[in-house]
Design a binder for this molecule. Structure first.
Ligand SMILES: *C/C=C(C)/C=C/C=C(C)/C=C/C1=C(C)CCCC1(C)C
Length: 241
């Protein structure tokens, strides 16, 4: 069903510009990095902001938006968010996992929970009764809690075996993820999607934009700012034990 972009487009354009500038900044910083392990962090982080920039552009230009009928009310739903998050959130978790030195099973568990969370969140957004929307939201939030549990449990335990600078960088990024990711289901349920109509679409779009920029560009700036720490990840044998 057709839907048009309203005055909230201002926030979507700011998101597009912010993600693009973030991408250019990371590309600039990544030039000249020769170490393969270090390059991994740059490649992953550059893809995160590139995908987000493309999806923000899609939303700002009216491609990534649809209308969902809930009862006799038409909700404006930006479905492109879920397409963005389906790829960008696993990549963020991959960055964290590589930093912590997690094994494949831990990485697979985290990414599995994450894809399940975004998938069920997308079903919630497209469901046509308030009851089913909230049920799917609760299922998705359950997956988020399980995911955060792995982050503070197994992944943090892995990180403690790293060099102290690496472990401390991991700790900062993990706390940022916990604080920001927790707010997504809150904005969702208060916003248009939740059907309670507490937060109007205009302010909901602004809130998601601030969260997205912090969780992607902010995260990337902190991760990539310290070359010496990433060098430690690249050469773990050189790290004192
Ligand atoms: C860059 C984008 C990020 C970090 C997005 C994170 C998104 C979430 C943690 C979304 C979670 C949701 C739930 C837990 C409940 C249902 C609605 C969602 C998809 C907003």
């Amino acid at each position: 069903m057709a839907a048009t972009v309203g005055p909230e487009s201002i926030w979507l354009w700011i998101g597009t510009i912010g993600m693009t500038l973030g991408t250019l900044y990371f590309v600039g910083r990544g030039r000249g990095v020769r170490d393969r392990k270090m390059q991994e962090f740059y490649i992953i982080t550059i893809f995160i902001t590139t995908i987000a920039a493309a999806m923000y552009f899609a939303m700002a230009t009216g491609f990534g938006v649809t209308e969902v009928m809930v009862g006799d009310e038409a909700l404006t739903i930006y479905w492109a968010r879920y397409a963005d998050w389906l790829f960008t959130t696993p990549l963020l978790l991959l960055d964290l996992s590589l930093l912590a030195g997690a094994n494949r099973n831990t990485i697979a568990t985290l990414i599995g929970l994450d894809v399940f969370m975004i998938g069920t969140g997308a079903i919630a957004a497209l469901s046509s009764t308030p009851g089913t929307r909230i049920a799917w939201w609760a299922i998705s939030t359950g997956a988020l809690l399980a995911l955060l549990y792995v982050l503070v449990g197994t992944l943090s335990k892995n990180a403690r075996n790293r060099a102290p600078e690496v472990a401390s960088l991991f700790g900062r990024l993990r706390n940022l993820v916990i604080a920001l990711w927790f707010l997504y289901p809150v904005v969702w349920i208060l916003g248009t999607e939740g059907t309670f109509g507490i937060l109007p679409l205009y302010w909901e779009t602004a809130a998601f934009m601030v969260l997205d920029l912090s969780a992607k560009v902010g995260f990337g700036v902190i991760l990539l700012q310290s070359r010496s720490v990433l060098e430690r990840v690249a050469t773990p044998t050189a790290a004192p034990t």
